[in-house]
Ligand binder design. Sequence first.
Ligand SMILES: *Cc1c(COP(=O)(O)O)cnc(C)c1O
Length: 452
Amino acid sequence: MHRHDRSTEVLTQAVIRYAIERTRLDPPPLDGPRTAAELHAMVGTTISSRGMGGLEALRVFADVLAPACISVDHPRFWSFVPTAPTEAAILFDLVVGASAIYGGSWMEGAGAVFAENQALRWIADLAGFPPGAGGVFVPGGTYGNLSALTAARERWRGRTGDDRRAVIVCSSGAHSSLKSAAKVMDAEVVMVAADVAGRMTGAALRAAIADAPAAITERVCAIVATSGTTNAGVIDDLTAAADVAAELNAWFHVDGAYGAAALAAPSVRSQFIGVERADSLIVDPHKWLFAPYDCCALIYRDPLEARAALSQHAEYLDVLQADENEWNPSDFAFGLTRRARGLPFWFSLAAHGTAAYTDAIEASLTLTRETTALIATIPELEVVGEPELSVVMFRRLGWQPADYYAWSARLLADGTAFVTPTSWNGETILRLCFVNPRSTLDDVRETLATLG
Ligand SMILES: *Cc1c(COP(=O)(O)O)cnc(C)c1O
């Protein structure tokens, strides 16, 4: 099966043709899940000692398995945070897969790491980080947050010698991955109550610190601010978070997994003031920077601090560490072997130029504003909070939670759109998250028309 012959040639053509055709579907079918029992009835057991043949496996995937996966890049997928990879990024992902690049070390992956680092530099410059900043592409924001907070904890422990549990301060509007990271690290979380808009204000952060006993505040290793909360798309008071972190001698981490893409959007850039003071920042190119899954950019102000915390050492790895000046991506995150997962993002960015990214991000911000204005004209609907980035939350007056869930399920079953309810201060409401430049106001209008 490692030799290229006529049948692998046929398979190659078929697989490449499938990939190209899927990439060009505009729009792709929305599709939707099936139960394991249904899938089993349709495909049976696919693994056998003799194999079913590549063309048959491809047919099973194309006819049954792929349609049982929602197309997250569908222009009417507005749940959670969608994805909208460019054609260039998707196709280059195939190239990365074909190239057997080990992205963990400079020695093995110099060319790839060099390119990834230029893409990271673009983000670092948008954030206003110093020339020495740098980092690594990791699988997702969850890994990015964990790695950054581990570096924060190690710095605190190294400075204080304190062997108690570290404390991480974040907002009740922060992403669930922060609590998950704290659990993995066996750290404690101090949760600052977000304001009615879902934002962590400087006043609330200061009050939480002032109210906490010294036994807590002296263990604070990191203050985390979110620049674009997942539910509401709002940005915490980054300047206040930076100030409080400085006062406590703590690390300042900015979780921009969803929202920091908008650093490239002039119309909202001023909302991010303070991000330039962060010790670390994450942003997921697989969310609003048009890269395929999975890709999170993790950038440190001082990468050496991260390296001290996260680098792995062993007899068989020392050869990789021989040259101090070589950039080994695996030094900067939890994990060793890595796919050069920043390359599809780099390729598309290099090919299209950063101005195209700015335009594509602004398109979603414009659609957000237009949608907010449209909702204001529909009597049964009411916007909840003023959108700051590309999330619109709104309620359907008179609806109970069951109405929202039934509507959402019907919409998906019809292949119209994918909009899941969320909850906001205990109330079930609707939420649209825009990252796809192919989504239009007509898409929104037709979808909202089904709420009558
Ligand atoms: C999506 C998200 C995460 C988690 O990122 P994954 O890539 O899903 O692991 C973390 N923080 C915020 C603010 C997010 O929106």
